[in-house]
Design a binder for this molecule. Structure first.
Ligand code: GDP
Ligand code: MG
Length: 142
């Protein structure tokens, strides 16, 4: 399997719950490495641009409101099959449907406040990583 990079965001609900370390620990235990990270308070335009693909969806306003409600931790994860591996660790979008032992099953409250974001393809990952980081910000493990 190829070494990939994916963008992960620990959302405001999980930051407020003080489970940043527990979530990152799950990535590391699964063989993913953090190769860039920063804590940021997203502006409305940051969140709207990041989630532009959802701009026509009925939940868009709530999503942007939630993502700007407090600081987030944005990271680039690197490892074999990182995109799919991260999605498996996250669990389903709706925590009520997420498999036991996934991040969303264990830490998320609702479909709005669902603890984490993860890129859904290598194409999305490239765009999303570039949205937050310059190539020179990344510290690859090789
Ligand atoms: P993800 O890739 O699993 O995060 O899910 P999507 O890309 O489909 O949606 C992006 C984010 O929008 C999700 O993580 C949710 O926080 C939110 N979202 C998605 N679907 C719904 C919905 O039906 N209702 C609400 N309120 N929020 C949603
Ligand atoms: Mg998505």
């Amino acid at each position: 399997m190829a070494v990939e990079r994916t963008l992960s965001i620990i959302k405001p609900d999980a930051v407020a719950k003080n489970v940043v370390g527990q979530i990152i620990s799950r990535f590391e235990k699964a063989g993913l490495s953090v190769v860039a990270a920063k804590m940021v308070q997203l502006s409305q335009s940051d969140a709207e641009g990041f989630y532009a693909e959802h701009s026509a969806r009925p939940f868009f306003k709530d999503l942007v409101g939630f993502m700007t409600s407090g600081p987030v931790v944005v990271q680039v994860l690197e490892g074999e099959g990182a995109v799919l591996k991260n999605r498996e660790l996250m669990g389903a979008t709706n925590p009520k449907e997420a498999d036991a032992g996934t991040i969303r099953a264990d830490f998320a409250e609702s479909i709005d406040a669902n603890a984490v974001h993860g890129s859904d393809s290598t194409t999305s990952a490239a765009r999303e990583i570039g949205y937050f980081f310059a190539e020179t910000d990344l510290c690859p493990r090789g």
